[in-house]
Design a protein around this ligand. Structure first.
Ligand code: ZN
Length: 407
């Protein structure tokens, strides 16, 4: 059954824009008084509302709204147990991320609390966060494991993530991040990584729990040599790859490119050499402003990456330690202001360029054949959206053509 939605004051389609490189706002296609013809959750046609009017059932929009594609958050750790308020208090008093990690806080604290949580407890807290994301316009979200660090608890996390994907009206893409940091039960990194490869990967595959694998490449996590070994094993087992790269030191992004990873994420320490490598590759550079804000450190060089020709996505990194805010639009607006990104570049980073980071080609722009994942803002000019610096949230959100109830 076909359905017409509109009229919208402006539809910002984001179609026809290259996947890589800088974008000027003058490259944005704006359809004034536009409408969308939807069938079976996808966009059939898009154009002037008057062109379709009178021929189809109408979901009428009665006020001035600007329509964008649903937001895509391509990097989060939203499934966790407990809080990390104590860490945060230490950090804002001056302790560094690395110091907190060394004294057994940091990720290890979330591991302890997540292992202790029942699946029901994890499901309830994740459901709340995921619904908040949905109301704030995120219609596709990636969620990583990585606070289990053993077979049982990594699987517990991935099952919880999958169950939320079935319960909620948004798409969830899961990723195994068992290589977040070495589990304390293991003496050395290589033994731990071998354990994951041999004991966890086969289960993930046979139970179809995820087809993506991530690793934290960093001095206090996994070095380049071990990471390369691990990613090769993951690739051999048929997983898509993504990498936590260049957060505190460089080399992760080089490895991500070399291994053909879909994305290299973080990039706060990325410099000229890495920018060149990423720009020449098909690996998406995903910047995580929420982590920069949480750690009080510099933003990733999004401007330089774009100018060099890279594909830049922006994600929230929503996690209990370094990025507890979890507000994608606020964070995108802030990095845009600091890094001098055009509105078009910021919108691209949280829509179709984020889709590429997840290997998804069926969403992120508004054009025929794409999913009808839509968000509408109560403004009459698209530039007002970022002018509110992320504080203005969409008033209506559709997932595959159906309105998400704002309960
Ligand atoms: Zn992360």
């Amino acid at each position: 059954m076909k359905k017409l939605i509109g009229p919208f004051k402006q539809i910002i389609t984001l179609r026809g824009i290259p996947l890589k490189g800088p974008i000027g706002d003058d490259q944005l296609e704006i359809i004034s008084d536009g409408g969308l013809l939807i069938e079976n959750g996808s966009i059939l046609q898009i154009g002037a509302f008057s062109k379709f009017e009178g021929k189809f059932e109408v979901e009428e929009i009665k006020s001035d709204l600007v329509l964008l594609p649903g937001l895509i958050d391509s990097h989060t750790h939203m499934c966790w147990g407990g809080t990390r308020a104590e860490d945060y208090a230490l950090r804002i008093s001056g302790a560094t991320y690395q110091e907190i990690l060394k004294r057994g806080g940091g990720i290890h604290e979330s591991v302890r609390k997540t292992r202790k949580s029942t699946p029901e407890e994890l499901t309830n807290s994740l459901r709340g966060r995921a619904m908040r994301h949905a109301r704030e316009g995120v219609t596709t979200v990636e969620i990583k494991s990585g606070y289990g660090l053993n077979v049982q608890d990594e699987i517990k996390m991935l099952e919880v993530i999958a169950s939320i994907g079935e319960q909620l009206p948004i798409n969830i893409i899961s990723t195994c991040l068992a290589a977040h940091v070495r589990s304390k039960e293991f003496e050395d990194n290589r033994t731990y990584l071998d354990f994951i490869v041999n004991s966890l990967f086969p289960d993930l595959k046979s139970r179809k729990l995820t087809n993506r694998v991530d690793i934290f490449v960093e001095e206090n996590a996994f070095n380049v040599e071990d990471s390369k070994y691990y990613l090769s094993q993951a690739r051999k087992a048929g997983f898509e790859l993504t990498v936590h790269a260049d957060q505190f030191s460089t080399s992760g992004s080089r490895l991500a490119v070399e291994m053909g990873a879909l994305s290299a994420d973080h990039l706060e320490s990325t410099a000229a050499k890495e920018i060149k490598l990423l720009s020449a590759s098909n690996t998406v550079g995903t910047v995580l402003p929420g982590a920069s804000i949480g750690l009080g450190m510099q933003f990733a060089p999004a401007r330089k990456l774009l100018d060099a020709g890279a594909c830049v996505a922006i994600a929230s990194d929503w996690n209990p330690g370094s990025a507890p805010m979890g507000d994608l639009l606020v964070q995108a607006a802030l990095i845009g202001a600091y890094e001098k990104l055009s509105t078009a570049e910021t919108f691209a980073g949280i829509t179709f360029r984020a889709a590429k980071a997840l290997g998804l080609s069926d969403r992120g722009t508004l054009e025929s054949g794409k999913l009808a994942d839509l968000i509408a803002f109560e403004v009459s000019d698209y530039r007002e959206i970022l002018w509110h610096q992320g504080k203005l949230k969409p008033c209506l959100v559709w997932k595959e053509g159906n309105l998400i109830e704002n309960d």
